[in-house]
Ligand binder design. Structure first.
Ligand code: PEP
Length: 259
């Protein structure tokens, strides 16, 4: 089955001032339509300018979270339609920093993803086990449960991307072995197949995230199960993010040549 393009996403988290918009300009200048799909998720304050800068390029701009309700008395929160209005075309939901730091459950993530899809945004839904769960051998079960509980019924391979991000690998410099990444991606894919039988024959994009850098991206793409990466720290500077994009492009070319 020929899949969609690889997806290389940069999550800026709570980083990014006006001066950092130049990184988006540099990424835009360094990508080509023949390369992977590229997305940058800056803080909400930069969305509008980032989207204007990226216009007409293969770089999509997304937000890092959204509220589950379409509008209302939720001081400080942002709805999916507000984010879309600001220029976002995608939104990350269920990042482990939201699940752990803000007590978000898979049920909350499900509601947010549903709101995103209703507003016409693509949802990048994060799942992943903690260190304790990995050590206890629970990673496959935890990830399968999170997929089942976090994806709304209206999800499709065109509108939802799943990002497998082991919590213990985020921002730590640690990462699972390639066979371990492959094994969880296979679990995710079989859950997707089970819950979305209507999408048989279509390819869901399953990303890996957790301490991806310019130095290890090529080896992560050695797993043909990896349809892209969600990158935190290494996405903040254009040269390192572009090096990861180049690794994705090389991986696509290698995969195409062995088909
Ligand atoms: C992330 O924020 O999703 C992430 C994977 O961070 P890092 O690449 O810094 O580990």
């Amino acid at each position: 089955m020929t899949g969609p393009k690889l997806y290389v996403a940069g999550n800026w988290k709570m980083n990014g001032l006006q001066a950092d918009l130049k990184e988006i300009e540099a990424v835009k200048a360094g990508v080509t339509p023949s390369g992977p799909d590229v997305a940058i998720f800056p803080p909400a304050t930069l969305l509008h300018q980032a989207a204007s800068l990226a216009k007409g390029s293969p770089v999509e701009i997304g937000a890092q979270d959204c509220h589950a309700q379409a509008k209302g008395a939720f001081t400080g929160d942002l709805s999916a339609s507000i984010l879309k209005d600001a220029g976002a075309t995608a939104v990350i939901v269920g990042h482990s920093e939201r699940r752990s730091g803000h007590g978000e459950t898979s049920r909350d993530v499900h509601a947010k993803a549903s709101a995103a899809l209703k507003a016409g945004l693509k949802a990048v839904i994060c799942i992943g086990e903690t260190k304790g769960e990995r050590l206890a051998g629970l990673a496959p079960d935890v990830c399968a449960r999170q997929v089942a509980a976090s994806l709304p019924a209206e999800s499709t391979p065109d509108t939802v991307i799943v990002a497998y991000e082991p919590v213990w690998a985020i921002g730590t410099g640690l990462s699972p072995t390639i066979p371990d990444i492959t094994a969880i991606h296979e679990v995710v894919r079989s859950e997707l197949k089970k819950h979305f039988p209507g999408s048989a024959g279509q390819h869901w994009r399953v990303l890996y995230g957790g301490s991806v850098t310019a130095a290890n991206a090529a080896s992560i793409f050695e797993s043909n199960e990896v349809d892209g990466v969600l990158v935190g720290g290494a996405s903040l500077s254009a040269p390192s993010f572009l090096a990861i994009i180049a690794a994705a492009k090389a991986a696509s070319e290698r995969r195409a040549s062995v088909k």
